[in-house]
Design a protein around this ligand. Structure first.
Ligand code: S3P
Length: 427
């Protein structure tokens, strides 16, 4: 499905952003491993989370899907069953990597597969630590899905230093470590999103953090929970950026998760000169939550992104490239090579698309350099079937002259199924 985006001179209103994708995946998985019945209030009812839910159902877990409430009957750490066929993780890297962690500890063989995009994403990053713990993992070319996991009940704890900051790898190792006797230590260069640690603690697991080093003592028993999922900062980000760029804007994003390991985009926008207000802060399910109020247009200046900030805005970097086209001076987004192995090669996708709209943007091996401000003009752009590229290009289209056509826009169903309707309500 193609979408036509026309320029806007004003954007105003309130948006209740969709529930957090990362937290919904984790709530499903931890509920499946818990003892007793858990409920997930306001789960993200989107494709990626359904991939995790269906994977868990294939492993014998009962899930009742009611609108805005899912109920999961936990099977305890050792109650999962061998699935009848391969688990299809769809487009979801989080599903494949997190499920790998718990499947490494089962005494059966599981095959995991996914769509064309997922089958191009590296899985050796989860395989290496899980193999060290004792599982056997087989992948195409030693790296890509389909992935076969030959698990073992005798998994051993490890002391693992990961070369990249990745919440998916960290979570896979921690989920595997729940099943071991002894302490697992996991360290990454800079702390990635910490929902798994927070949520495991809520379940009664002994997990401790020292900077970017996590310690988890197994074996664990998880208590069933009532999870409340706050709004997804990564979905709110599209409207934060749009409101900063479109003239005469006043937008309030409600109930947004403001976990500091997720809000790097806010800090970077502030450093670029944006004035963004946060109000009504409270705590939802162990996560800080608040309303984000944005008025536009902002007078922005270019920045050089710091390496330590990258994990805290990893999914917002394509959108940051759009914002940078309107900032005065040069923006250097370096050390973001991880974007090449997301749902698409997001560096290449953004450079191609923004160049075709008239931006001054250069691709480097590990990032992008953008000079601004440049007026954008409408063009035919490629979503690359990647939800975050489609939504980032929609924001670019709002400030471009003429019409912007974005192809294969149904991909927003991965994380934000109502994105187009939500945008319409703010016009
Ligand atoms: C996620 C972690 C990040 C992020 C992804 C969701 C998660 O990936 O890009 O959208 O829920 O753990 P990496 O762990 O590969 O950085």
């Amino acid at each position: 499905m193609e979408r036509l985006i026309k320029p806007l001179s004003k954007l105003s209103g309130r948006v209740l952003v969709p529930p957090d994708k990362s937290i919904t995946h984790r709530a499903l998985i931890l509920s499946a491993l818990a003892e007793g019945t858990s409920t997930i209030e306001t789960p993200l009812e989107a494709e990626d989370c359904r991939s995790t839910a269906h994977g868990l159902q294939s492993l014998g877990c009962q899930i009742d899907f009611q609108p805005k409430q899912w109920t999961v009957k936990g099977r305890g750490l050792w109650g999962l069953m061998k699935p009848r066929g391969p688990l299809d993780c769809g487009n979801s890297g989080t599903t494949m990597r997190l499920l790998s962690g718990l499947l490494a500890a089962q005494d059966f063989v599981t095959d995991l597969t996914g769509d064309a995009s997922l089958c191009k994403r590296p899985m050796d990053r989860v395989a290496r630590p899980l193999e060290q713990m004792g599982a056997r993992m087989t992948m195409t070319g030693g790296k890509f899905p389909p992935l076969t996991i030959n698990g073992t009940r005798n998994l051993k704890p490890i002391d693992w230093k990961n070369p990249v900051s990745s919440a998916q790898v960290k979570s896979a190792v921690l989920l595997a470590a729940l099943h071991t006797i002894g302490e697992t230590i996991y360290e990454e260069p800079f702390l990635s999103r910490d929902h798994t640690e927070r949520m495991l603690s809520a379940c009664g697991v002994n997990v401790r953090r020292e900077g970017a080093r996590i310690r988890l003592a197994g074996p664990a028993r998880l208590k069933a929970q009532t999870w409340r999922v706050p709004g997804d900062f990564s979905s709110a980000a599209f409207f934060i950026a749009a409101a900063l760029l479109v003239k005469e804007s006043h937008v309030t994003l409600e109930s947004v998760n403001l976990n500091p390991t997720r809000t790097g985009f806010l800090s970077v926008l502030t450093a670029m000169g944006a004035a963004i207000d946060v109000a009504n802060s409270n705590d939802v399910g162990g996560e800080p939550v608040g309303n984000v109020i944005v008025r536009g247009p902002a007078r922005l200046k270019g920045i050089t992104l710091k390496k330590a900030d990258v994990p805290h805005l990893i999914d917002e970097i394509p959108l940051l490239a759009v914002v940078a086209t309107q900032a005065q001076g040069t923006t250097v987004l370096d050390d973001v090579g991880e974007l090449r192995v997301k749902e698409s090669d997001r560096i290449h996708a953004m450079v191609q698309n923004l160049s075709s709209m008239g931006a001054s943007i250069k691709e480097t091996e590990t990032g992008m350099i953008i000079a601004g401000p440049t007026p954008l003009h409408g063009a035919v752009v490629d979503s690359c079937c990647d939800h975050r590229i489609a939504m980032s290009m929609a924001v670019a289209g709002l400030i471009a002259s003429g019409e912007t056509h974005i192809n294969q826009c149904e991909c927003v169903s991965i994380s934000f199924p109502q994105f187009w309707e939500t945008l319409d309500t703010l016009k």
